[in-house]
Design a protein around this ligand. Structure first.
Ligand SMILES: NC(=O)c1ccc[n+]([C@@H]2O[C@H](COP(=O)([O-])OP(=O)(O)OC[C@H]3O[C@@H](n4cnc5c(N)ncnc54)[C@H](OP(=O)(O)O)[C@@H]3O)[C@@H](O)[C@H]2O)c1
Length: 300
């Protein structure tokens, strides 16, 4: 089976790469923009690929002829998406169009990652059938990419997820758990929102769901997160308590104090029944994933 990962330098991309590279039945092709930032080079081929470059996408897909495309590359900075809308549209929507048309002749199964930000956050605990109503351009771009995939006759799976966290090599961006841990270890005071509720997702769980989707040939939409819906403030508090760090350094703030460019949903979180039933999805709790994260941090 030939598999192509886009965005393999990113959080989810690296997890997928490590989980698949030692599978003897898989011919793995990792791609990301620029050089490979993953130290281990065995078990896969790396190709530099800018997925907004139509010709590059066509040439590489034509060369590899992948059975599966795991599309993790995206513009993920929500405020940046609000400002650089053309860039966001190119990366989050147009690239999906290129991937679909370039892989048409090979009947590739495209697994595409979407977000809880397609919802407006008024209800929380969303199922796959709940109505989307994005509040930000990022959310809208992801919804449009979903709508495009749904309109095609290719084999597609959309996996929506929420606040993904985990350990990666040479990360370009932070995630809530590692940021909180590092800041508190350094004795820094941090301000954290108390009025946004999420079900944070361990990157290993998300990668397992993506892999199950192609191994089990499951198509359609899947909502994938952790079970528990808690405030961002409580996520950070749990990290502090787990590592026995000074909780006095964590200051509660409101969303309005942040003055962010993009509007965020108040409360998301997912109903996981479909993923549990069809993908054998079994997410870790925050504490379970912190045990794993602690081990992984010792290795890098
Ligand atoms: N992280 C979250 O909290 C979260 C929540 C909901 C949904 N999602 C979705 O989950 C997916 C994976 O997220 P993630 O956290 O793994 O993202 P990530 O860490 O930002 O990884 C995305 C990767 O895409 C690469 N990339 C950027 N522009 C590219 C281009 N033009 N061509 C090819 N590669 C490009 C980036 O390269 P550089 O590293 O060099 O910049 C990065 O390595 C995304 O679709 C995201 O929207 C994420």
């Amino acid at each position: 089976m030939k598999i192509l990962i886009t965005g393999s330098n990113g959080l989810l991309g690296q997890k997928l790469l490590h989980k698949l590279r030692l599978d003897k039945n898989i011919d793995l092709h990792a791609t990301s923009i620029g050089d490979n930032r993953v130290t281990v080079k065995e078990g896969y081929a790396y190709h530099s690929l800018d997925i907004t470059n139509k010709q590059e996408v066509y040439d590489l897909i034509d060369k590899i002829k992948p059975n599966v495309i795991l599309n993790t590359a995206a513009m993920t900075n929500v405020d940046e998406c609000e400002i650089k809308r053309d860039e966001c549209e190119n990366l989050n929507i147009n690239s999906v169009k290129y991937l679909v048309s370039a892989s048409k002749d090979f009947n590739s199964h495209i697994i595409h990652i979407s977000t809880d930000f397609i919802y407006d956050g008024k209800k929380g605990f969303y199922s796959e059938e709940d109505k989307a109503n994005p509040l930000s351009f990022y959310g809208l771009s992801k919804l449009r990419s979903e709508d495009f995939l749904k309109s095609t006759d290719c084999k597609w799976t959309i996996i929506r997820t929420i606040v993904v966290y985990g350990v990666t090599e040479k990360p370009k961006k932070n995630n809530i758990i590692l940021w909180a841990k590092k800041s508190l270890e350094e004795g820094k005071e941090i301000s954290v929102v108390k009025d946004q509720f999420r079900a944070p997702t361990f990157a290993e769980d998300l990668a397992d769901a993506c892999i199950a989707a192609f191994k089990k040939k499951k198509y359609g939409i899947f909502n994938v997160s952790s079970e528990e819906i808690i405030s961002i403030y409580d996520i950070v508090l749990r990290v502090a308590k787990f590592y026995n760090l000074n909780t006095g350094l964590i200051k509660k703030i409101s969303t309005k104090d942040l003055n962010q460019r993009a509007v965020r949903p108040y409360k998301t979180g997912f109903v996981l029944n479909k993923a549990k039933e069809l993908l054998n999805y079994s997410p870790h709790s925050i504490e379970e994933s912190l045990i794993e994260i602690t081990k992984q941090l010792k290795k890098i």
